[in-house]
Design a protein around this ligand. Sequence first.
Ligand code: UD1
Length: 419
Amino acid sequence: MQKMLIKGGTPLNGTVRVQGAKNAALPVMASAILLKGQALELDNVPDLQDVRTMAELLQRLGAEVSFTDGRMKISVPEDLEWNTPADLVRKMRASSLVLGPLTARCGKTVLPLPGGCAIGSRPIDFHIKALRAMGARISLRNGAVYAETDGRLKGANVAFDFPSVGATENIMMAAALADGSTTIENAACEPEIVNLANVLRGMGVPIFGDGTPAMRIMGQNFLKSSRASVVPDRIEAATYLVGGVISGGKVKVEGIEPQMLAAALQKLEEAGAKLTLEPDSITAEYAGKLSAVSIKTMPHPGFPTDAQPQFMALLSIADGTSVIQEGIFESRLRHVPEFNKTGTKIAVQENTAVIEGVPEIKGAEMFATDLRAGAAMILLGIAAEGVSKVGNLDHVWRGYEDIIGKLNSLGAKIKLIEE
Ligand code: UD1
């Protein structure tokens, strides 16, 4: 097994440039399915395992995909395969993002229930209910979703019980090719939703209200070629900023507007970090002391669940007792036993973690339980005295481009080993 060997105890100092957001690139790539004999060109696409999986999925459906130096071109033929490849779909939870566009474009699809991070059951019932409201017939058989429609999907008024990011994206894409207009109530407001809306607008779809809980999408008969850029990865940025502070150093992340990360930055400041905000960069510096903070993860613009494990790592060495409540996923605290191997004192009760800050932590061997937890374990290894190992790195490769190169450029001592 590949592992990271981390020699801890050195502060991170310096500047890194943020990658394009994984969670924006995946839905935007899926939106190319809506095209016929047209192409989508994208800049700032991160080179990540999940992005490569989505590219392969699109290729297996019949699209041509080229990808070099962050630029991707997806050329889509008139005819596209509607049956999705089970091996790829099972690899990645975000494969469910092809359900809406394939149903709208091909009139039918089969999607095996997707895999992904082990952070809860992660159902797709909101996606299915909304597609049914748009006229799709959907059944669940043999571990797969079968969707079918007579002719085009129809615009509908959709209201989500919870502002699901993936369901909002799926329905935005389905609505783009539907007959008539669709409204979404309780839509997710994440910056990645606004990115997708901008891409769909570029294809000729009028969309109103993206970035707010009430959206309207005017369906079109035909979507045209378009070019767009992937927004910066706010979670990658948060990971490196926490890395600077947890290690007692100072890290500047370039290429991101502070507003995208407002809730997380507020918590970083409350914990005692010194922040310098510029229009296109964020700097976080350890200012001599860390204090306990309470956090509840929430839909955007609340504190992002994807930054929860990294902040838990930070608070584990802060003065006092912090409380973190996971408000999005039902089992996203599985990393706690791994963290505690370093000497952190974290107790979990249901969806709440109580973190009693300790003055120092020691190197340990940890195994990534999911993508962001894996990143947080690497940060713990950097902050700990002695040597740490982090295994199950496949989770980490799904979401961080050149993480070892970036961290080592800031002064970390990380090597990849085979054990
Ligand atoms: C996306 C992100 C993920 C992030 C999450 C929340 C991508 C590729 N992934 O995941 O990194 O952690 O948003 O910010 O963008 N739910 C249902 N039924 C549904 C859909 C969702 O019950 O049909 C529940 C989920 O189980 C979860 C909550 O709603 O408890 C939020 O999930 P959702 O916003 O859909 O997350 P994803 O889109 O899967």
